[in-house]
Write a protein that binds this ligand. Structure first.
Ligand SMILES: Cc1cc2nc3c(=O)[nH]c(=O)nc-3n(C[C@H](O)[C@H](O)[C@H](O)COP(=O)(O)OP(=O)(O)OC[C@H]3O[C@@H](n4cnc5c(N)ncnc54)[C@H](O)[C@@H]3O)c2cc1C
Length: 459
């Protein structure tokens, strides 16, 4: 192996570190390394940076087709936004929210949907139990939880079936889980679910607007974080360069991408495990790390943004938030610009619905989304001035979103391999984060951690 690397010394481009992926994790890792004087190349498969952040012009505003919100305790992303001069503004949430269960529409004001008394009691009890169990899962080593084996053997759906008897409470929890994971409770290991809840600071923190993960938006769009980081890195970031192979040995790596070869002392692979599976590693990765590519599929989400001349729902005292247990759309938020110069709603098609509706035509999907929004907010919602959508499962360099999810058995078997370096190869990406796993904040944490590991190595 080393001989192979040496034979090619003359022809490969040299760097101290090659970073694979120009999402937030990769770009932050590169920034940390460059700050310490390292020579870095960032190789990005797409013709743009930002990965799962993607902002798009809509009626003079920038809306987000990928990541959108930041919230309290997300210290890293808030600091980065401040440093890069990207202001935040509060997510609009004044007024009544809409809940549609079993075809019946109701409205409510509180953070928890207003179910009949018994349903509400069971819902609150389930949330407390989930948070209590989550607190027993160590963030940096979920498999060390006392009940890890039992929890990793079960799906979240099985737990709900055993512990939440009322259909209305179960339906609300299913919507919340759909919304947080872009996946079905049947697909998720209970241990992974509890780890994720712990990592974000509790189920309500993950679900809520005020005091929660949806509290604030980034003015001008979330992709600006990546765009501004990349601008500072200049020509160290190489676009249209999908990494296809990494040869590694005691003295470094030889990385192949887009017809070029890059030689470095170390690599940081800052992409989800599901995508790392497409890279040919020589020698092969240890079985646990290699298995993660198969064992950690991505969630499924189609994000739809609809623009209107005015945020008309506000006139009717509605906040623009809606939850629904049927139809393509499970979750809606107000997506209007900070100055409400026009109105916008963002609707999420999630999990199984994303799989199913992803097969239909764009026109069919747009019609179904408009009809559903009309049922939530009134007939004006049926005729938006513009409709945009992004099906992340159709993105070859994401293969789904928001995040890699773990089915039963995977976390206890392969979880330890997520962050464990393999020789000179280090791993980043939000899937490897301890805090705010799955979020932009987690991506930043992972990039900082991987950069620290590599600095220790190349020094
Ligand atoms: C619809 C949606 C909504 C979301 N909402 C939020 C939210 O509100 N708040 C929040 O904090 N987070 C949210 N997220 C999650 C957030 O976007 C991610 O956690 C974060 O952006 C992940 O960053 P990353 O750098 O780890 O990975 P990525 O952004 O996926 O970056 C990986 C990069 O690697 C590239 N790549 C892949 N394979 C290769 C290869 N072989 N060679 C070279 N390059 C490669 C990809 O093109 C990509 O640019 C959302 C995501 C989506 C899709």
């Amino acid at each position: 192996m080393l001989q192979t690397i040496r034979r090619r010394l003359g022809r490969a481009r040299d760097a101290d570190v090659v970073v694979v992926g120009a999402g937030l994790a990769g770009l932050v890792a590169a920034r940390e390394l460059v700050g310490q004087g390292a020579r870095v190349v960032v190789l990005e498969a797409r013709d743009r940076v930002g990965g799962r952040t993607l902002s798009h012009a809509l009626l003079g505003d920038q809306i987000d087709l990928g990541a959108q919100w930041v919230g309290p305790t997300q210290r890293r992303v808030l600091e980065l936004a401040r440093e890069l001069g990207v202001p935040t503004f509060p997510q609009f949430h004044a007024g009544q929210k809409v809940l549609t269960l079993g075809g019946r529409r109701s409205t409510y004001r509180n953070t928890i949907p207003s179910l009949p008394l018994l349903g509400l009691a069971e819902l609150q009890l389930a949330i407390s139990r989930i948070d209590w169990m989550a607190r027993q899962v160590p963030r940096d080593n979920p498999a060390a939880a006392r009940r890890a084996a039992a929890w990793d053997a079960a799906t979240v759906a099985e737990w709900l079936g055993r512990n939440v008897r009322r259909a209305d409470a179960r339906a609300v929890l299913r919507i919340a889980i759909n919304a947080i994971f872009a996946a079905e409770p049947e697909e998720l290991s209970l241990l992974f679910f509890l780890f994720y809840v712990r990592s974000g600071g509790g189920l309500m923190r993950l679900s809520e607007i005020k005091n929660g993960a949806q509290q604030d938006r980034l003015q001008g769009g979330a992709q600006q974080l990546a765009l501004r980081l990349a601008a500072r890195l200049g020509d160290r970031v190489v676009l249209n360069s999908p990494v296809t192979a990494i040869e590694h040995g005691a003295r470094g790596v030889l990385v192949r991408a887009g017809g070029e070869r890059y030689r470095a002392s170390a690599a940081i692979v800052a992409i989800p495990p599901a995508l790392a599976g497409a890279i040919r590693f020589r020698p092969a990765l240890p079985p646990a790390r290699a298995e993660l590519a198969r064992a950690m599929p991505m969630g499924k989400v189609i994000k739809c943004v609809l623009a209107y001349p005015r945020p008309f729902w506000r006139d009717a005292g509605l906040s623009g938030e809606a939850l629904c247990d049927d139809g393509p759309v499970r979750l809606v938020f107000d997506d209007s610009p900070a100055d409400a110069a026009h109105g916008a709603l963002v609707a999420f098609i999630l999990g199984e619905a994303a799989r199913e509706w992803g097969q239909r035509s764009r026109a069919e999907r747009a019609r179904a989304v408009c009809d559903q929004l009309a049922a939530f907010f009134g007939p004006q919602a049926a005729a938006p001035a513009a409709y945009l959508e992004q099906d992340w499962a159709r993105e070859p360099w994401s293969k789904g979103c928001y995040v890699g999810i773990l089915p039963p058995g995977a976390l206890t078997r392969y979880g330890a391999a997520l962050r464990e370096p393999v020789g000179p190869i280090h791993w980043a990406g939000t899937e490897t984060a301890v805090m705010w796993n799955g979020y932009m904040d987690g991506a930043i944490e992972s990039g900082e951690r991987a950069a620290r590991e590599v600095l220790g190595r190349i020094r």
